[in-house]
Design a protein around this ligand. Structure first.
Ligand code: PLP
Length: 430
């Protein structure tokens, strides 16, 4: 039995049996079962692209649902957060606080033209809620989202998240929400044209949880035009796609557009702090300006989180992580496709990606999940996709070294071989 010691706290047993027991009795039985399904692995420490478990077992972290573009505990983030922790972690919310002011300024320096005003929160869904509220202040009460889109699970965000299995237990949801097929600009225009000046369109530049769905070329520009033509507000949810993930600072940049509201989160805390942000045009933000108590939350803009934001932005900028994500993404996409097709042939429906958001879609139900579990055995963490069980998703850090990339290829090759042997026992594997 291994234990983690930390000065001043009681050491606790960290073996899987103890933890599964505690999860089952004190947290969530289903989550305990998932822990068993995913191989009973325990995580105790992380550094860069590696996660360390029981008995020093190491895993290459190509998962994390898009959080770790900088890797874990990037020195630029840790140093700022540690310094802030020692000085002033949580603010009074009455005084002026420099970390928040400079974090907002640093974020705006990287967001598309015209987006100038920042509201910070802790999680992604929270800034989706803030966007829904801002849209209402602008008279845009009719929400339009996309099928398969993922925006989080608070009540407002869940109303936009296009997946019945998450919505059904909690109905009735927010009224006035409609979904259109993602990537279909004509369908969007037909709907939005029926609600002139009243619509707020919320979508992702590439759908992440839907299984890395890349829209047709020109789609986002068309969406911007449709919103302009029919007086709709455009909210771009870049919580997963932003901050270099797609090989650009934002999906908006790749499309050459600016939304009215841009949402970011996940990687914004540099893999250290939970933090998210809404960035809006001054016009859209104006009601919050008039009454700063209209939309507040206790930990919004907390100095510790703000230090992490400044660290994350500095790390992405100084280490050239946007360019690295673009180059690494192209390389990984090609090689992962070669390996997958070599072992699974026609059972690979598609391998697609933009930057370091890469999805492998299978024709066989269950294969993506089985491969995810086998990959964990081989020492690589990937993601399943919350809104698509057919897609295995990789969201690796942009700080992978060449030796890490080799490790990934070799582990993926072994995992594919093992799974192919189980799924297609009569077909010889390479
Ligand atoms: N929006 C997108 C595009 C996401 O991918 C996610 C989370 O996966 C969210 C919103 C919700 O973020 P959170 O889970 O931090 O609430």
């Amino acid at each position: 039995m291994t234990t983690v010691e930390s000065p001043g706290t009681a050491a606790g047993a960290t073996d899987a049996d103890t933890l599964i027991g505690l999860y089952r009795t004190r947290m969530n039985k289903g989550r305990a079962t998932l822990g068993e399904l995913f191989g009973r692995h325990v995580e105790l420490a992380s550094d860069g692209v590696w996660v360390t478990g029981e008995e020093g077992r190491r895993f290459l972290n190509c998962g994390g649902y898009g959080v770790f573009i900088t890797g874990a505990r990037h020195p630029a983030v840790v140093s700022r957060v540690a310094e802030q922790l020692a000085r002033h972690p949580v603010g009074t919310r009455l005084f002026l606080e420099p970390q928040a002011a400079y974090a907002a300024d640093a974020l705006v320096a990287h967001t598309p033209e015209g987006l100038e005003r920042v509201h910070f929160a802790c999680g992604g869904a929270e800034v989706v809620e803030a966007a829904i509220k801002l849209a209402r202040t602008q008279g845009r009460t009719r929400l339009v989202a996309t099928e398969g889109g993922y925006h989080g699970k608070t009540m407002g965000a869940l109303s936009l998240t296009g997946k019945d299995v998450f919505q059904d237990p909690f109905r009735p949801l927010l009224p006035g929400v409609e979904h259109v097929p993602y990537g279909d600009a004509a369908a969007l225009e037909r709907l939005v044209a029926r609600m002139p000046g009243e619509a707020c369109v919320v979508l992702e530049p590439v759908q992440g949880e839907a299984g890395v769905i890349i829209p047709p070329a020109g789609y986002l520009r068309e969406v911007r035009r449709i919103c302009d033509t029919h007086g709709a507000l455009l909210v771009l949810d870049e919580i997963q796609t932003g901050l270099g993930r797609l090989g650009a600072w934002w999906g908006a940049d790749l499309a050459g557009i600016a939304p009215d509201i841009l949402l970011t989160g996940k990687a914004l805390g540099g893999g250290v702090m939970p933090v998210s942000a809404l960035v809006a045009t001054p016009e859209v933000f104006s009601v919050f300006d008039k009454d700063p108590y209209l939309h507040t939350s206790t930990f919004s803009g907390s100095p510790l989180a703000m230090a992490a934001v400044r660290g994350a932005l500095a790390a992405i900028e100084d280490d050239g992580l946007v360019d690295r994500a673009r180059a690494l993404g192209a390389q990984l996409l090609a090689e992962l496709r070669t390996i997958a097709v070599r072992h699974f042939g026609a059972a690979v429906a598609d391998v697609r990606g933009q930057g370091l958001l890469i999805g492998i879609e299978f024709t066989e139900p269950g294969l993506a999940g089985e491969l995810l579990i086998e990959l964990l055995e081989q020492g690589v963490i990937a993601n399943h996709s919350l809104n698509s069980h057919m897609v295995l998703r990789f969201t690796p850090p942009a700080v992978l070294a060449p030796s890490d990339v080799t490790f990934l290829y070799e582990a993926f090759d072994r995992a594919c071989r093992a799974q192919a042997a189980q799924y297609f026992p009569s077909v010889p594997t390479h």
